[in-house]
Write a protein of this length. Structure first.
Ligand SMILES: *Cc1c(COP(=O)(O)O)cnc(C)c1O
Length: 379
């Protein structure tokens, strides 16, 4: 349908073989493949513990549960994120407090506004590393430490992305990753929670499986005949079919990210000098996973942005928007918030361009030329 889609799966016969092997093994629910993925993921991130879960929304929910956050507590969140970041706060009965982003060039939580939002009720902040570009973690960690706040990293965009020599998702108390189809690691549905804290690891592993002290795979191996239900848990398990996909995807990830890095350079070379558009993170120097390729129109509004997207679509180029601002959704409209001007501007004027390893230089040239022409015509 589209000449150039927004995303394409990085799948080949290896994923098919891995799934076939798992099905042939007859153990398809949470078992040895989940354990293997957890080990390989924690090793890749150089962190002590990883807990495979059904999706990142579950990971975020478990993270807040394990940190003991609940009713009466406040959690600071960005509004320019996927709604799940904020929903997780509501799941535990706590109140989200929206923090603006820095600017259209830096679409991450504004560390200079963060501290002024802290009240005696604030217990945690959830940072979201947009497209794999790190939030201003040094300052955020400093403020969090001063006010005894937990840091949860929504690192859904950021597997293997780095910040001052560490992997994103390993800087705060808990890191949460998504393996949804269009993420850097694709398993259909899936997620991972990482931590260096053994107590948190123990608690989330209990809570992802009904609060049961032993999972069926362990019981089938005779490690324990019975189990207790130690606390109220959920069914947030991953299954081994998806875990076997995740193992193959993780093996391919570093190479895929190299390709994405080059693709981003092609976009920047073509669009950086263009009037009328900001290229977020253009001067960023850490390693990023480049989950998505955002641009932000200057002097625009959502009507102009949608017109540009429509003209791109007419040329066969699929685009998206990351994200509609969460505080404007009906379900969050009653929640009081301060000014979120940058979040609102970017929500109205951002366009996400195609980004995936299979993109050729000629594809990027085609997109950039089409975009340049559209901006000129709309003058
Ligand atoms: C994808 C995504 C989520 C949700 O992940 P699921 O695995 O689909 O639950 C949460 N936050 C961000 C920033 C995401 O991109």
């Amino acid at each position: 349908m589209y000449k150039i889609p927004l995303f394409d799966l990085n799948y080949d016969e290896n994923e098919i073989r891995a799934v076939t092997e798992t099905i042939s093994s007859k153990w398809i629910s949470s078992g040895p493949k989940c354990r293997e993925l957890e080990e390989k993921f924690s090793e890749a991130l150089q962190i002590s513990y990883a807990c495979a879960v059904s999706n990142c929304t579950a990971a975020l929910h478990l993270a807040l549960c394990a940190l003991g956050i609940g009713k009466g507590d406040e959690v600071i969140v960005p509004s320019l994120t996927f709604v799940a970041t904020v929903n997780a706060v509501k799941y535990v009965g706590a109140d989200p407090v929206f923090c603006d982003i820095v600017s259209p060039m830096d679409i991450t939580i504004d560390e200079t506004k963060f501290e002024s939002l802290i009240t005696p009720k604030t217990r945690a902040v959830i940072v979201m590393h947009y497209a794999g570009f790190a939030c201003h973690m040094q300052k955020i960690m400093e403020i969090a430490r001063k006010h005894h706040l937990y840091i949860v990293e929504d690192a859904c965009h950021a597997p293997l992305s780095e910040y001052q020599g560490k992997k994103l998702g390993t800087l705060g108390d808990v890191g949460c990753f998504s393996f949804f189809s269009n993420k850097n690691i694709s398993t259909g549905e899936g997620g991972m929670l990482v931590t260096d804290n053994p107590e948190i690891d123990k608690r989330v592993k209990l809570m992802r499986s009904h609060g049961m002290t032993a999972m069926s795979y362990e019981r089938s191996k005779g490690h324990s005949a019975s189990y207790d239900v130690a606390e109220l848990g959920f069914n947030y398990r991953m299954d081994d079919i998806r875990a076997s996909l995740g193992i193959v995807q993780l093996e391919k990830l570093a190479f895929d990210l190299k390709k994405r890095e080059r693709i981003r350079e092609w976009y920047l070379e073509n669009l950086k000098e263009l009037d009328g558009v900001w290229m977020p993170f253009a001067d960023y120097h850490e390693f990023s996973s480049n989950y998505i390729m955002p641009v932000v129109l200057k002097n625009a509004d959502h009507i102009r942005r949608d017109a540009v997207r429509e003209l791109l679509q007419k040329q066969g180029i699929q685009t998206s928007v990351h994200y509609p601002a969460v505080h404007r959704f009906s379900v969050y409209q009653d929640l009081a918030h301060g000014e979120l001007l940058n979040s609102e501007y970017v929500a109205d004027c951002e366009i996400t361009f195609p980004m995936y390893g299979k993109l050729e230089k000629s594809d990027v040239m085609f997109i950039c030329n089409a975009f340049r022409q559209i901006l000129e015509e709309l003058q």
